[in-house]
Design a protein around this ligand. Structure first.
Ligand code: NAI
Ligand code: MG
Length: 501
């Protein structure tokens, strides 16, 4: 099993993927109750990478029991906030020490270049844990002056407590497997919740390795449980589980809506980080030397498999040809290959399914009259590669302009009147991110105010920070992850009122 152990592969990773990976329930590594395993694939070759225990309803049930127990009666709740913070910080240190190893796991399981995983995915996850470690001791309530009209003369001491929401189910996608695990686990642990994490079936390996580091760091058993498995089985069971207090989901808008329905049974709290079709607007007064590479990276980073990808490129007419040709030229220079090859700029898409989905969108675009200035095809003769693609001759009502493609495909469209661009940019069911490139600072901030998106980047793109809240307007989701906003997703407020006179 596993892929041939080549000298290229980090030895610990080769060992890690060589035997079937178990799931983490109540501090122990166990097989699925059914005994089933499922394969994950190396998307650069299409070959089986590793075998993983296939969690289902029964395993989710065991994991929720463990998390419930850890929340209700384990040592976790008796720990001080400072102790919780130190454990999270220790996890960050351990993760940082294993940067190389996690880089390989992400590259092999997801397809992304090793160098990018090591420079972006792992350090961002480390930083997120450190940022959240700091919050553990700073989650505070308020004291509130009361003026109760029907008890004249009475005095009260009233205050609020911010308490952890409880047992949290977390369902994450495959585009940033480790980082999405960190975004979810960091705030849950900082606030004192307990977790059942279900990684994506395409990319379960880094979450399982992280589970080992979580135990090594010294988190009490049952605080974090990791149950790999498919969405329709393990994921659905977690979302519907009556003993889960909150579900946090990142993935497709379609499944996000299923999660909301599943959560209705016990009215568990829900937070959602869903799809996007983010507008990237380049004005003629922009510094094109940064706007052109910035717009290319807005769509091609992570092979376009970003919920916030700048997938609708709007360019003011007088610079349209220059900008779009510049982005196409950048696409031509992208070297596609295995993520482990240091020369590679762009690896494969995560799965055959995703490759076929993206190619289906290309076909749909061509049939509606779009043209590819560059790319437009599947790449390579094995693995799940798609060429970086710039589509022109595109119209607002085309499927490729309306729907999330989630691949390295940008649709480019000119605009003439700066007044027309706001309604066009906002003409989407989504509202995750948007960007504006201009040297006119007043215009930039007027645009920022008018764009209906959870993040607006000005003269930059894909800038993420643990301190910066991220999340969607409209059908891009509910709630904000990261920053102090995320604490609201994992705590609930209790009002305490005492009569003192
Ligand atoms: P998905 O939404 O099906 O998968 C995301 C996670 O949800 C995975 O862990 C999956 O196992 C789980 N899941 C699937 N069905 C479920 C269910 N019924 N109940 C509970 N959990 C369930 O996304 P998929 O199919 O991998 O990709 C489809 C499209 O979704 C992509 O083309 C892209 O447009 C979008 N997507 C958006 C992401 C984002 O970051 N916002 C990430 C991944 C996909
Ligand atoms: Mg799906």
């Amino acid at each position: 099993m596993g892929i041939a152990v080549s000298p290229q592969i980090h030895p610990q990773v080769a060992e890690f993927i060589d035997k079937p990976r178990k799931m983490l329930i109540n501090g122990r590594w166990v097989n699925a109750a059914s005994g089933k395993i499922f394969p994950t694939y190396n998307p650069a070759t299409g070959e089986v990478l590793a075998q993983v225990a296939e969690g289902d309803r029964e395993d989710i049930d065991q994991a929720v029991k463990a998390a419930r127990n850890a929340f209700d009666s384990g040592p976790w709740r008796r720990m001080t906030a400072s102790e919780r913070g130190r454990l999270i910080w220790k996890l960050a240190d351990l993760l940082e020490q294993h940067t190389e190893e996690f880089g390989y796991i992400e590259s092999l399981d997801n397809g992304k270049p090793l160098n990018i995983a090591k420079a972006a995915d792992v350090p961002l996850a480390v930083d997120l844990f450190r940022y959240m470690a700091g919050w553990a001791t700073k989650i505070e309530g308020n004291t509130i002056p009361l003026s109760v009209p029907y008890t004249p003369g009475a005095k009260y001491l009233a205050y609020t407590l911010r308490e952890p929401v409880g047992v949290v189910g977390q369902i994450i996608p495959w585009n940033f497997p480790l980082l999405m695990a960190a975004w979810k686990l960091g705030p849950a642990l900082a606030t004192g919740c307990t977790v059942v994490l279900k990684p994506a079936e395409q990319t379960p390996l880094s979450a399982l390795r992280l589970g080992e580091l979580i135990m090594e760091a010294g988190f009490p058993e049952g605080v974090v449980n990791v149950v790999p498995g498919y969405g329709e089985t393990a994921g659905a069971a977690l979302a519907a589980h009556p003993d889960v207090d909150k579900v946090a989901f990142t993935g497709s808008t379609e499944v996000g809506k299923l999660i909301v329905h599943a959560a209705a049974g016990n009215l568990k709290k829900v937070s959602l980080e869903l799809g996007g079709k983010s507008p990237n607007v380049v004005f003629k007064d922009a510094d094109l030397e940064t706007a052109i590479p910035g717009s290319a990276s807005a769509i091609f980073f992570n092979h376009g498999q970003c919920c916030c990808a700048g997938s609708r490129l709007y360019v003011e007419k007088s610079v349209y040809d220059q900008v779009v040709e510049g982005v196409a030229e950048a696409a031509r220079k992208i070297k596609i290959g295995s993520g482990l090859d240091p020369e590679t700029h762009m690896g494969p898409l995560v799965s055959e399914e995703q490759m076929n989905r993206v190619c289906g969108y290309l076909e749909s675009g061509f049939s509606e009259g779009a043209k590819a200035l560059v790319g437009g095809h599947k790449g390579g003769d094995r693995g799940y590669f798609v060429e970086p693609t710039v589509l022109v001759n595109t119209k607002e009502n085309m499927k490729v302009v309306q729907e999330e493609i989630f691949g390295p495909v940008v649709v480019a469209m000119p605009f003439t009147d700066p007044e027309e661009i706001v309604p066009r940019a906002n003409n989407s069911d989504y509202g995750l991110a948007a960007a504006v490139w201009t040297r006119d600072i007043g215009k930039a901030h007027r645009m920022a105010e008018q764009l209906r998106a959870g993040t607006v980047w000005i003269n930059c793109y894909n800038i993420f920070d643990a301190a910066l809240p991220f999340g969607g307007y409209k059908q891009s989701g509910w709630g904000r992850e990261m920053g102090h906003d995320v604490l609201n997703l994992y705590t609930q407020t209790k009002a305490v009122c005492t009569r003192i006179a």
